[in-house]
Design a protein around this ligand. Structure first.
Ligand SMILES: *[C@@H]1O[C@H](CO)[C@@H](O)[C@H](O)[C@H]1NC(C)=O
Ligand SMILES: *[C@@H]1O[C@H](CO)[C@@H](O)[C@H](O)[C@H]1NC(C)=O
Ligand SMILES: *[C@@H]1O[C@H](CO)[C@@H](O)[C@H](O)[C@H]1NC(C)=O
Ligand SMILES: *[C@@H]1O[C@H](CO)[C@@H](O)[C@H](O)[C@H]1NC(C)=O
Ligand SMILES: *[C@@H]1O[C@H](CO)[C@@H](O)[C@H](O)[C@H]1NC(C)=O
Ligand SMILES: *[C@@H]1O[C@H](CO)[C@@H](O)[C@H](O)[C@H]1NC(C)=O
Ligand SMILES: *[C@@H]1O[C@H](CO)[C@@H](O)[C@H](O)[C@H]1NC(C)=O
Ligand SMILES: *[C@@H]1O[C@H](CO)[C@@H](O)[C@H](O)[C@H]1NC(C)=O
Length: 911
């Protein structure tokens, strides 16, 4: 962002330079009447008619009214300059006009042969190529075609325009012939300004670039330049600005700099420059701007930089500079912007910087700074951005910081700051000029702040983002009546020690995140006042109870996209209030005490992607009526009182067209599954649209999460990959055969049908589920042999078929042989390793203790099994041990040691 700001400002400088030239040429002409030549006028009108004007963001060429009309002298048209004696058009300025259309070699433009300046920048010429016709402008001194959608190869013939003083072809999709730059350097020796930004050059900068001995400004950003940095650029005596950023294969150390130069602007960001900054940089006496972001520089920041008293901007972010910021920086009194974030800098807050009264941007983030923040930080009266995220600053926030009225961003997240924010108590004595306060972002997450959240925060007129998450704040100070009329975009209170009634801010909030606190009692009805603005409400993991207020439910009729009230103590049934909730994307009601039926109005939630009602007491039949939700990807009904059959005769070609995770476990579903049951889950078969590898919810402030029984353990997914697919019907009363149609779900990764009454054979079609990583069919009444087709499931890292009626040998493939014996025990006649029973020998029931011990093994297997799966290899989940928490605590250490033994360790080593 910061980079583009600078390129805009450079472009504007360039433009104003051009406008200056044009204005100068124009001003020097005596105003004269009716000079316009007819053929030139006609050429201009033809040109005009070839374009359409889309909109006019900056300039107003009054084409449609008096200017550019036949009856008016064309020399007085807007953008036209004529020679005051001959009347020929010598200047055409159509820059920044939003013209649309093509300029090809037969354009009437090329009839204006006497042009000396031509500016077509900032239009849309629709991928026109730059024709060789431009060489007809033999007198051309200024050619600006930047940012106008030109494409193709630059004609090398352009180098015949030897009078060019300024050439700008930047920000198009152009490429250059191998010889172009070399010829340009030989021929266009009058150039003062050369901007080829974004032209694909793919070569080294020619050594003879110093031929351009009048060059003041060289911009070769994003030109795909390669090779070493030619020091000859620096030997051009007039050069004032060098910008080579974004050439990721451009290398070099910085050369030693010698005196006698004019360099004011140097940008080598996003390149492969390496090494340290030489002390001799102090010879760049005219330097204003030094930009070396995101390259490979290292070493100490030289103290001699402090001698460059004209410096206004220093950006060294994203390198590996170490050591401290030199105290000599205290002399850089013109400095407005200093960014040294993402380096390896250390030491205390550089006190010398407090001398820099013009400083408006200071970023120290992502370094190893320590110590306290200076109490007199308000010596920087013009500070707008103060960013020191992810360092090791300790102590309190200086009380003077907030008295700097220009501050817009304070980012002190991820430090070890402590104390309270009570340093400005607006209720007693307002020290701040609230009306003129600019603060829009205050980021204090991941510190150790305690005490009250001060009430004056709500009076800041521009506050848009307040992140207090992951601290130990415990309460809210009251607030004055005349708080601001602002709307806060994001208010993040997650993971603090807040208690008492849920905090409802006195001003509207779009995203309110308050999960993982200790808020208790019912939801205050005052929340209804701000609910019209709400986009995300996350109040999960608190101690809230009661039923949700009516008005609270009505908010779903507005913009709400996420509602997470999981892990509380809410009771009662859900009213039928989702009719207008067409923006609702994620609804989590899990781990509460809701009863009754799911409201039918949920069918109106056409944006719904995640519906999680796990661990409540919903008493309903399976909501087949949700099948029309085109975006539903995750449906979790786990641990409720859902009942009845899952039999369904679909009317359309598919139901739940995007459903990829369905967890119905631990309910009372009964009956058999129809033979085509699985055919309709099209999103889990490769026939469905293949989703991209991304997270559900994308980059939203709210991260959808879930718990899924996978590989024998409950895994908490802190984010949900769109590629994950899972079916968990375990712990119900389903009967009959497992339908063969299961084999259609070629993308299925987790299948758990355990603890039901399924009988018949294990369908051999399971062998088609080539993505399957976890298969649990245990505790059913399955009979026959394990189908040999399952041997080929190479991704399978967890199999459990214990407690069935299975017989015959366990397949001799790695997938099966690396499971623990407990995965197979309790069958009538399974035999062979990993069971101790040789084939043919009668089984015995395992003792309770053996079973426990075996759990250890499957836990290990699961933990290691995380590695091979595409989903589980990347997902950072953590294992939730709900089954035997005490056992887990006691044996944790032992288990860790065992993990080192790996899945391939023999069973005897686990005793
Ligand atoms: C315009 O004409 C005046 C004399 O009439 C002359 O002095 C001047 O140089 C001319 N300007 C240009 C740019 O030709
Ligand atoms: C040039 O463009 C005009 C329209 O802008 C079109 O009519 C003409 O055919 C084009 N000529 C060539 C040679 O492409
Ligand atoms: C350099 O410019 C001259 C004069 O316009 C021209 O004759 C010559 O061909 C140009 N050189 C190249 C390499 O195009
Ligand atoms: C602060 O700047 C003044 C010049 O304005 C200079 O004389 C002084 O040495 C600087 N102080 C520090 C600590 O660098
Ligand atoms: C804050 O941190 C500082 C330095 O780590 C420590 O000396 C001080 O006791 C802490 N204060 C509180 C209130 O925790
Ligand atoms: C909520 O909606 C219900 C029915 O749509 C309506 O009767 C009630 O007045 C609404 N309540 C509020 C506070 O908007
Ligand atoms: C749904 O929206 C419509 C139109 O905005 C409104 O008339 C209706 O009252 C809303 N219904 C509910 C239940 O909020
Ligand atoms: C579900 O509701 C029905 C009647 O509405 C009731 O008979 C049944 O006992 C309930 N189920 C459970 C598990 O409470």
């Amino acid at each position: 962002m910061e980079g583009s700001w600078n390129s805009v400002s450079i472009t504007l400088l360039t433009l104003s330079f051009l406008l200056f030239i044009i204005a100068f040429v124009g001003a020097s002409e005596a105003p004269s009447r009716h000079l316009c030549l007819q053929d030139q006028r006609d050429a201009l009108l033809e040109l005009k008619n070839g374009f359409k004007l889309s909109f006019r963001p900056f300039r107003d060429l009054t084409w449609s009214t008096t200017s550019w009309e036949k009856k008016v002298d064309c020399c007085s048209w807007d953008g036209i300059t004529c020679d005051n004696t001959s009347g020929v058009v010598i200047g055409l300025d159509l820059g920044v006009n939003s013209l649309e259309g093509e300029i090809n070699s037969s354009s009437s433009l090329f009839r204006l042969k006497d042009l000396r300046t031509l500016n077509l920048a900032y239009n849309d010429f629709n991928s026109s190529i730059i024709s060789t016709q431009y060489t007809t402008f033999k007198e051309l001194t200024v050619l600006n075609l930047s940012q106008s959608s030109f494409s193709g190869q630059i004609p090398t013939e352009l180098v015949q325009l030897t009078k060019l003083v300024s050439l700008d072809l930047s920000s198009n999709t152009l490429s250059a012939d191998k010889s172009f730059l070399d010829k340009l350097v030989r021929n266009l020796t009058n150039l003062r300004e050369l901007n080829l930004g974004s032209v694909d050059i793919s070569l080294e900068i020619p050594k003879n670039i110093s031929n351009l001995s009048y060059l003041r400004s060289l911009n070769l950003d994003d030109c795909n330049l390669i090779g070493g940095f030619p020091t000859s650029v620096l030997s051009i005596p007039s050069i004032q600005s060098i910008s080579l950023s974004g050439n990721q294969r451009l290398e070099g150390p910085l050369p030693e700099f010698h005196g006698n130069n004019s360099l004011a602007y140097l940008d080598l960001s996003y390149t492969s420059f390496s090494g340290s900054i030489p002390n001799s940089i102090s010879n760049l006496k005219h330097l204003n701007v030094l930009r070396l972001l995101d390259s490979n520089f290292s070493g100490l920041i030289p103290s001699s930089l402090g001698n460059l008293s004209r410096l206004t901007n220093i950006h060294l972010s994203g390198n590996t500079f170490g050591g401290e910021i030199p105290s000599s920086f205290g002399s850089l009194t013109q400095l407005t912007s200093l960014g040294v974030d993402s380096n390896m800098l250390s030491g205390n807050f550089p006190i010398a910087l407090l001398n820099l009264t013009k400083l408006s941007y200071l970023s120290l983030s992502y370094n190893q700074f320590t110590g306290t923040l200076p109490p007199d930080i308000n010596s920087l009266p013009n500070l707008e951005n103060f960013e020191a995220r992810q360092n090791s600053f300790v102590g309190t926030i200086p009380s003077t910081l907030l008295t700097i009225p220009s501050l817009r961003i304070i980012d002190l997240a991820d430090n070890q700051l402590n104390g309270t924010l009570g340093f400005v108590n607006m209720l007693s004595s307002p020290p701040l000029d609230f009306d003129n306060n600019s603060l829009s972002g205050l980021y204090l997450s991941n510190n150790i702040f305690t005490g009250q959240v001060p009430g004056w925060l709500w009076s800041l007129p521009n506050l848009n983002n307040l992140d207090l998450s992951h601290n130990s704040f415990s309460e809210f100070e009251g607030f004055a009546k005349d708080f601001s009329t602002n709307v806060i975009g994001v208010l993040d209170l997650r993971s603090n020690d807040f208690q008492g009634p849920l905090f409802v801010p006195p001003i509207p909030v779009a995203i309110l995140l308050a999960s993982r606190n200790n808020f208790s009692g019912e939801i205050p009805t005052s929340i209804c006042d701000m609910m019209t603005s709400l986009d995300i409400l996350d109040i999960a993991n608190n101690n809230l109870n009661g039923s949700a207020p009516e008005c609270f439910w009505n908010l779903t009729a507005k913009y709400l996209s996420v509602l997470d009230i999981g892990d509380n103590h809410f009771t009662g049934s859900l009213p039928d209030i989702f009719k207008n909730a067409t923006n609702l994307r994620s609804l989590n009601l899990g781990h509460n005490h809701f009863v009754g039926k799911l409201p039918k109005s949920l069918t109106s939630c056409s944006s719904l992607e995640v519906l999680n009602v796990e661990h409540n007491r919903f008493n309903d039949t399976f909501p087949f009526w949700l099948q029309s939700l085109k975006n539903l990807q995750v449906l979790i009904l786990r641990s409720n009182e859902f009942h009845g059959p899952l039999q369904y005769h679909p009317q359309g070609p598919s139901w739940f067209p995007q459903l990829r995770i369905i967890d119905l476990s631990h309910n009372d579903f009964t009956g058999t599954l129809l033979s085509d049951f699985f055919i309709h889950l099209t999103a889990m078969s490769s026939k469905g649209d293949s989703p991209k590898l991304k997270y559900i919810g994308g980059n939203s402030y709210y991260r959808d999460s879930m718990v899924l029984m996978n590989k024998g353990v409950e895994l908490e997914y802190t984010r949900i990959f769109t590629l994950l697919t899972a079916i968990d019907f375990s712990g119900n009363k389903l009967r009959g055969k497992i339908p063969d149609s299961i084999g259609q779900l070629e993308d299925l990764i987790v299948l758990n049908l355990s603890s039901n009454g399924f009988d018949g054979n294990i369908p051999s079609s399971l062998g088609k589920l080539t993505q399957l990583e976890s298969l649990d069919l245990s505790r059913n009444e399955l009979s026959g042999e394990i189908p040999p087709t399952l041997r080929d499931l190479t991704k399978l890292s967890f199999v459990k078929v214990s407690h069935n009626e299975l017989v015959g040998p366990i397949p001799q493939s790695t997938q099966f042989q690396t499971q623990s014996a407990s995965s197979f025990e309790g069958n009538r006649g399974l035999c062979g390793p990993p069971l101790n029973e040789m084939c043919g020998v009668v089984d015995t029931e395992p003792s309770e203790e053996e079973e426990e011990e075996d759990n250890v093994i499957s836990w290990i297997a699961a933990a290691i099994g995380l590695a091979p799966g595409i989903i589980f290899g990347v997902t950072i989940g953590h294992i939730v041990m709900t089954r035997k928490p005490q056992w887990f605590m006691v044996k944790k250490k032992k288990k860790t040691q065992r993990i080192a033994l790996g899945r391939f360790a023999s069973e005897s080593t686990t005793k």
